[in-house]
Design a protein around this ligand. Structure first.
Ligand code: ASP
Length: 354
């Protein structure tokens, strides 16, 4: 027969274990970028700057809210990017950059650091939220990557919202394409079918994309949830004025997007060709995993040494299961924000901000 003491101490142990199980093992954390490039104070009006900061704040709040309620890193990444894909200020979804033929061809990827599952799409033209399609490829197909009309058709079959391609059109991005093509002496395509009639418009940002080797505004998110799992996602319209069919680094697992709980989760932005050649996202994780580098040092080494050695431009955000966070970029600016459970929200644009 059990003594009262052993029953009592057993109950204490069970209670202690239950409390332990309830306690979050990790504080959640989220980092996002809204693209890197020639984003200098001189070419961002105070109104434009305020608009970008407000958009970054709104988007990261959505992801933070998911994590704060105990949601997964994957859900937080998708929720944040969905908002940015609907925001005309960013080069993803509505507001995406155009190909030289005046089309929006969208690329996206998502990765689950807990199991190395990944999904990616490229050259999508009808799916409102490419990041959700990337997730559907990961969860509802046996594949990692799908492209073009087949990917859009799969999106429709899985019930993801389809839109007319003109949904992605924004006047500001179009005017910037026209300017860029004229500057390069390339033919200007006709205004896309279904686009609103041209009219006077006030550009939100005075950023001169033609001065840049890539279009600013790609979006990416990395997150760590209370269960200790990481995830990464990236969504983009790619390079403004790109040749139709060109695919950048964003949907390439290991280049623009990567997540592993064994090392880190990364999303990059910049001229994608360099990011593909270096395998930037996986490279950062390699330095962390196999060289034991602190995350910020690994991010800086890849951006400021390896990327610069190739004369590449851009930046990245990263997070680790132990809570380390990093951002690094070699451009004048990168739209960015981060928040950790119990900490304060940080938002930055220029390279002289922390
Ligand atoms: N990395 C993207 C691409 O090359 C563009 C960007 O991040 O701005 O498609």
């Amino acid at each position: 027969m059990k003594s009262i003491f052993s029953v009592f101490s057993g109950a204490i142990m069970v209670t202690a274990l239950a409390v332990q199980a309830q306690q979050p093992a990790h504080h959640w954390s989220i980092v996002m970028h809204g693209g890197a490039g020639v984003i200098a104070r001189a070419n961002l009006t105070p109104d434009a700057e305020a608009a970008y900061r407000a958009s970054l704040k709104r988007a990261i709040a959505a992801g933070a809210n998911v994590l704060d309620k105990g949601g997964s890193a994957l859900d937080a990444v998708e929720a944040t990017i969905n908002i940015l894909e609907d925001d005309p200020l960013f080069n993803a979804g509505h507001g995406a950059a155009f190909s030289a033929e005046g089309k929006n061809e969208l690329d996206s990827a998502i990765m689950d650091g807990s199991n190395l599952k990944a999904g990616a799409v490229a050259d999508v033209t009808r799916t409102r939220h490419p990041i959700s399609l990337a997730r559907a490829v990961m969860e509802k197909s046996p594949y990692v990557m799908m492209v073009g009309t087949g990917a859009d058709a799969f999106a429709a079959r899985t019930g993801l919202e389809q839109v007319d391609p003109s949904y992605f059109f924004t006047e500001a991005r179009w005017q910037s394409l026209v300017k860029q093509l004229q500057k390069d002496g390339r033919p200007v395509p006709p205004r896309p079918a279904g686009a609103p009639p041209p009219g006077p418009y006030i550009p939100v940002a005075q950023l001169d994309e033609s001065a840049d080797s890539h279009s600013y505004g790609t979006v990416g998110v990395v997150a760590l949830d209370r269960a200790g799992n990481t995830a990464a996602g990236t969504s983009t319209g790619g390079l403004q004025g790109k040749m139709p069919g060109r695919v950048g680094d964003s949907p390439i697992i290991g280049a623009g997007t990567y997540a592993s709980n064994q090392s880190c989760a990364v999303s990059g932005t910049g001229t994608g060709e360099y990011f593909i050649r270096l395998g930037v996202a996986r490279e950062v994780c390699n330095l962390v995993q196999f060289k034991g580098m602190p995350l910020q040092q690994a991010a800086d080494q890849v951006i400021h040494k390896e990327l610069e050695a190739l004369h590449g431009d851009g930046g990245l955000i990263a997070i680790m299961p132990d809570g380390q966070r990093a951002w690094s970029f070699n451009t004048p600016g990168m739209f960015r924000a981060r928040q950790t459970e119990g900490g304060k929200l940080e938002i930055g644009i220029y390279n002289d901000e922390p």
